[in-house]
Design a protein around this ligand. Structure first.
Ligand SMILES: [Zn+2]
Length: 223
């Protein structure tokens, strides 16, 4: 029997590094500040502060729906298991990804109930640059078709499934459609290009922030 130490794990999360990190201006920022040091106090500790949507994280339905599930109410089993990686790397800045694009995938028939969908655009290479905010986005028809096929978790390697927050007007049709159907969205993934797809196993569990609308995820994938 193989153990996880035998398996090549792929890190799907961007590092929390306040000097090298995409964080939207005006929203809460990540910081990690020493309050004691080994040299002066005999032990090291830090005060860590972050917004619920910094870094690689999951959106719970309560992000947009007051009566929606919060982070602690997400079934663990929905975030661990089979994932299908779909290649959308041909999409450019600010381009929409529609269901018709996904339907061209040779793996479209693998989208069945319970599978986690990972949208690979390669946009993660722009992390911590201005260009990161010019990401492609998803049409609401993607949300509707995935929900109709029993998918409840989608992960993306860019900031938001909706248009950039730097492109007014501010509206969030994909978030509202997918979260409104009880789904969960994992944002700011990375290294999807390293996955030997089309199917992998993933763990996308967040830290258990009770009552919260989002939480950091240390995602991993293995074959
Ligand atoms: Zn979010």
């Amino acid at each position: 029997m193989s153990t996880l130490t035998d398996i090549n794990l792929v890190d799907l999360s961007q590092p929390f590094d306040s000097k090298h990190m995409s964080m939207a201006p005006g929203l809460p920022q990540f910081s990690c500040c020493p309050i004691s040091t080994v040299a002066e106090d005999g032990f090291s500790m830090h005060t860590v502060s972050f917004g619920s949507h910094n870094g690689t994280h999951i959106d719970a339905p309560s992000h947009f729906f007051a009566d929606g599930k919060t982070i602690d109410q997400i079934p663990l089993s929905s975030l661990v298991g089979r994932a299908l990686v779909l290649d959308l790397t041909y999409k450019g800045a600010k381009e929409v990804i529609s269901w018709a694009d996904l339907a061209q995938s040779p793996h479209i028939d693998r989208i069945t109930s319970g599978i986690i969908i990972l949208i690979h655009t390669g946009w993660s290479k722009h992390w911590a640059t201005e260009g990161y905010w010019e990401h492609p986005y998803l049409g609401t028809d993607v949300a509707e078709e995935l929900v109709a096929r029993g998918v409840s978790v989608i992960g993306i390697d860019f900031a938001s499934p909706d248009r950039s927050i730097f492109e007014p007007p501010w509206n969030f049709p994909f978030h509202q459609s997918f979260l409104g159907s009880g789904g969960f969205i994992v944002e700011n993934l990375t290294n999807l290009g390293e996955l030997q797809g089309p199917e992998v196993m993933v763990n996308l569990l967040p830290i258990n922030l009770v009552g919260c609308d989002g939480a950091p995820v240390r995602g991993i994938a293995w074959k």
